[in-house]
Design a protein around this ligand. Structure first.
Ligand code: NAD
Length: 487
């Protein structure tokens, strides 16, 4: 069976999913297919009234279903049935996603969607295994830390991996006994609605997942500032994360998890397996055309091996072929929008103007769609925008070092600390440097997440607050109460 499909043949769920139904709504924000630039739909924008209705629906669903108070294994069972259905309906889900996003349909079915189902099961497992604690006190007292769900969690997600990001928010929040009001990115709105429909079919009580479509200014602010939202879980840019903190501070106080931007370094030492390093580095910057928060966008390499490493990476970069996301043979992604592609090109051009040089790429790709050529830039000034700004495109910069200290100093970004890669055969150097790298994740002799969902992800510095994935993500969806009983 081929996964290729005709992008003009799909019917889209345009509206807001509240309770057990899709409330149809007039589209406002024009949407263009990244793969060929064709206008295909308009995204509605939920106003404060719709958000209010979604929050009230979630609150009343929590009450009537007693979701936070049922036997935890019941939550686990429903979520596992939902994961099964997601796998069963992967092809349909993948079409909705591939149409509007930058994700190739084959990668969606075998990667994003399969892994998301697995992650939902992973979080479901915590429902009846992770809980309250008895703590040591003197024997005249009994001390406990009770944990409880927050209530309604407001989740806001970006466009780069829409299904995965929705699963990272919905999985732990629901497993921990909460309801969710989710706002996907206005650029990739439809797959989240289908995910909610599947959850209902799996037996999740109606109203526990509500999906409102819209932008950050109207819908996003209405969610983060709503008094009925007990906790905010956000993934997106540092700029939007900062605006969310401001809105929450202005409208009250509530806990938040923020997964934000990155500008991650990859350090390569002369003793590394260079072929392995070249494959990992190229994969990390070309995966989703660099539109990944953890994209390893800064190559920092020991001077003596820069030439062979550059040769190996450029050779791999030149094989990227621009095929539409609805073609099953597609691997290389388009950029999400024409505006974002122009931004990438302006950063590359400004860096060239400041003395940089493109060893390969540095231009938009010919043809329809918003593809940008895989780009490797060297001889750049340290203050050039390609080195300092999160580009969110297939652009890798190269800097060289001679000593460990120099490598660490180049790796340290003033704003971001999301992830870092380290390639060396010297075990003690790997451990020494890992300890000193200012990043929430360090990958050694590899780059990118595995399917070990127990490893949390999150940033140092302005790359975020709190963690997604891992035990931490489940715990972050429950509040704790200290109890002391005098015996
Ligand atoms: P974005 O910040 O523009 O938008 C993300 C989401 O936030 C969208 O749904 C948007 O509508 C909403 N939003 C924007 N402003 C808002 C506001 N003031 N209040 C409430 N909601 C608001 O980001 P994007 O362009 O969609 O995604 C790319 C960014 O996401 C990159 O910076 C990337 O690094 C980051 N990201 C981080 C992680 C991580 O785990 N750290 C994962 C994926 C993406």
């Amino acid at each position: 069976m081929t996964l290729s499909f005709d992008p003009d043949s799909l019917t889209l769920p345009i509206g807001h999913f509240v309770g057990d139904r899709l409330l149809s709504a007039q589209g406002v924000i024009p949407l263009y297919r990244p793969s060929d630039g064709k206008a295909y739909a308009d995204c509605p924008v939920a106003d404060a009234d719709i958000v209010d209705r979604a929050v009230e629906t979630a609150r009343s669903a929590l009450k009537t279903s007693n979701w936070g108070g049922v036997r935890p294994r019941e939550r686990l069972n429903v979520l596992c049935r939902w994961a099964d259905l997601i796998e069963k309906e992967a092809a349909t889900l993948a079409c909705l996603e591939a149409l509007s996003s930058t994700r190739p349909v084959g990668h969606l079915v075998h990667g994003d969607i399969a892994v998301s189902a697995e992650q939902i099961r992973f979080f479901a497992e915590f429902a009846d295994k992770e809980g309250s604690d008895l703590v040591p006190t003197d024997d005249g007292d009994l001390g406990m830390i009770l944990t409880e769900p927050y209530g309604v969690v407001g989740a806001i997600t970006p466009w780069n991996f829409p299904i995965s990001m929705a699963a990272w928010k919905l999985g732990p929040a629901l497993a921990a006994g909460n309801a969710v009001v989710l706002k996907p990115s206005e650029m990739t709105p439809f797959s989240a609605i289908y995910l909610a429909e599947l959850a209902l079919r799996a037996g999740l009580p109606a109203g526990l997942i509500n999906v409102v479509l819209g932008d950050g200014v109207v819908t996003g602010n209405a969610i983060t500032g709503h008094p009925g939202i007990a906790k905010v879980s956000f993934t997106g840019s540092t700029r939007a994360g900062s605006a969310i903190m401001e809105n929450i501070a202005r409208t009250g106080v509530k806990p938040m998890t923020l997964e934000l931007g990155g500008k991650s370094p990859q350090l390569v030492f002369a003793d590394a397996d260079l072929d392995k390093a070249a494959a990992a580095i190229t994969g990390s910057i070309l995966g989703n055309a660099g539109q990944a928060c953890v994209a390893g966008s800064r190559l920092i390499v020991e001077e003596s091996v820069v030439a062979p490493l550059i040769k190996a990476i450029t050779g791999r970069m030149k094989t990227a072929a621009p095929l539409p996301t609805w073609n099953a043979a597609a691997h290389y992604s388009p950029i999400i929008s024409d505006k974002q592609r122009q931004r990438i090109h302006s950063i590359v051009s400004a860096t060239v103007a400041a003395g940089g040089e493109c060893l390969t790429g540095g231009t938009p790709m010919d043809g329809t769609g918003y593809f940008y050529a895989p780009t490797l830039m060297t001889a750049v000034d340290e203050r050039s925008p390609a080195i300092t700004e999160e580009i969110f495109g297939p652009v890798l910069t190269v800097q060289t070092f001679r000593t460990d200290e120099e490598a660490l100093s180049l790796a340290d970004h003033p704003t971001y600390g999301l992830a870092a890669g380290l390639f060396t055969r010297n075990l003690s150097r790997a451990i020494r440097l890992t300890r000193r790298l200012q990043a929430g994740t360090v990958w050694v002799n590899r780059y990118g997440r595995s399917r070990d969902h127990i490893l949390p992800t999150g940033g140092y510095k302005q790359s975020g607050i709190g963690k997604d994935l891992g035990r931490e993500a489940f715990r972050a969806n429950r509040k704790s109460k200290s109890v002391l009983i005098s015996l």
